[in-house]
Ligand binder design. Structure first.
Ligand SMILES: Cc1ncc(COP(=O)(O)O)c(C=O)c1O
Length: 375
């Protein structure tokens, strides 16, 4: 079977290093917010080119606490795409924000700068205070354009980098463009822990200080809560030690993902399905290799019958999900591109434990489906 994600296979080349790191923590007697966490925060910030990293319990908390730390106040509008995972909107709601969906660019499936500008000048733009660009599938958003618009409108920017560890625009990594950026270390992510984990990075020391308080009961001084009291969202030492090992291999793994993606692009060129965009000054990290075809469900089943797991990520846009439909815009056409993406998108296996032979095998099965009349 060729899996869409395989955390165990991805970990196995480093299993001995990871075991040694875990043993070190077991022997240390410090299990939460200790030296491993501090070292990982320093190393991850340096690797990204950010000033500060504050680890938290998971990626959803990272988005929520980042929004609160940059200064979002309850009832203010937060722009986000509707073709992301529910975690992004759950975090906006937990931060007290009002979700405002904006359509995406059909080429990248990421937040469209043109649509954002349009939205901000429309009645729906009133009350918008922040924007959450999601670097979906590891393809970086158009941050130069989005940051320019955000600055012109005085908006706070929190990047959702849960799928984009190491993605870049020019030399500048995703996560260093906004006022703050959120990462997830869920076991299937490009940078993966052995459980839940997350982090916020920022270039602003005041935001970093607020985050350190927010993640632990509002403590600036031990046992003295300030602000709104914060809460408990801490990373443990074992996860931090594992992440330090895996961070050392991340550049090589991201390169491997790009090589596998380039092989897909060569094998599937001109076969009639839409492939991820060719990079144009960006460096994607292919958390997913998301192709598009109107026959997505038939292709998924065709692949499944051949032992290949492909996944529709994400099949139902947020504004069509029962929990979030109340924030759907009144003119449904305003999210037309997003709806087209959700109806057609399918992630082919692309993780670093796959071989070139695996990718050729998947690509051949896709081509056979097209030849058999699919699409
Ligand atoms: C785009 C995006 N944002 C946020 C999250 C939330 O991360 P976590 O699952 O660690 O809470 C995820 C992870 O699934 C994600 O893919």
């Amino acid at each position: 079977m060729i899996a869409n994600a395989d955390p165990k296979a991805n970990l196995s080349p480093y299993a001995d290093e990871v075991r040694a790191a875990i043993d070190r923590v077991l022997a240390s007697g410090r299990y939460i917010l200790g030296p491993e966490v501090e070292a990982f925060e320093r190393e991850f910030a340096a690797w990204l080119g950010a000033t500060a990293c504050i680890t938290v319990a998971n990626g959803t908390d990272a988005v929520e606490l980042a929004l609160r730390a940059v200064g979002l106040r309850g009832g203010e509008g937060v722009v986000l795409p509707a073709n992301t995972v529910s975690a992004t909107i759950a975090a906006v709601l937990a931060a007290g924000g009002v979700p405002v969906f904006c359509d995406v660019d059909p080429a990248t499936m990421n937040l469209s700068a043109a649509k954002l500008r349009e939205l901000l000048y429309s009645p729906r733009g009133a009350g918008v205070r922040a924007v959450v660009p999601v670097h979906l599938y590891g393809h970086p958003c158009a941050m130069v354009e989005l940051a320019t618009i955000a600055e012109a409108h005085g908006l706070l920017v929190v990047e959702d980098c849960a799928q984009a560890h190491g993605a870049a625009i020019g030399p500048r990594k995703a996560g260093t463009w906004g006022h703050a950026a959120a990462f997830s270390f869920y076991p299937t992510k490009n940078l993966a822990a052995l459980g839940d984990g997350g982090a916020v990075v920022t270039g602003d020391p005041a935001i970093a200080e607020r985050l350190r308080a927010l993640r632990q009961y509002g403590w600036r001084e031990r046992y003295v809560s300030s602000g709104d009291g914060g809460r408990n969202s801490r990373l443990d030492e074992i996860q931090a030690a594992v992440l330090r090992v895996r961070l050392r291999h991340l550049d090589a793994e991201n390169l491997r993902r790009r090589q596998l993606a380039a092989l897909y692009a060569a094998e599937l060129a001109d076969c009639g399905i839409v492939l991820p965009p060719q990079p144009n000054g960006e460096t994607p990290v292919f958390h997913q290799y998301a192709v598009r075809t109107p026959g997505r469900e038939q292709l998924r089943l065709w692949l499944e019958e051949r032992g290949i797991v492909a996944q529709a990520l994400y099949p139902v846009p947020l504004h069509r999900q029962p929990a979030f439909a109340q924030w759907a815009p009144s003119e449904a056409a305003s999210l037309a591109e997003c709806e087209r993406c959700c109806a057609a998108v399918l992630s082919l296996p692309v993780h670093p434990a796959l071989s070139e032979g695996d990718i050729r095998h998947v690509a051949a099965a896709v081509r056979e489906w097209v030849a058999a009349g699919g699409r």
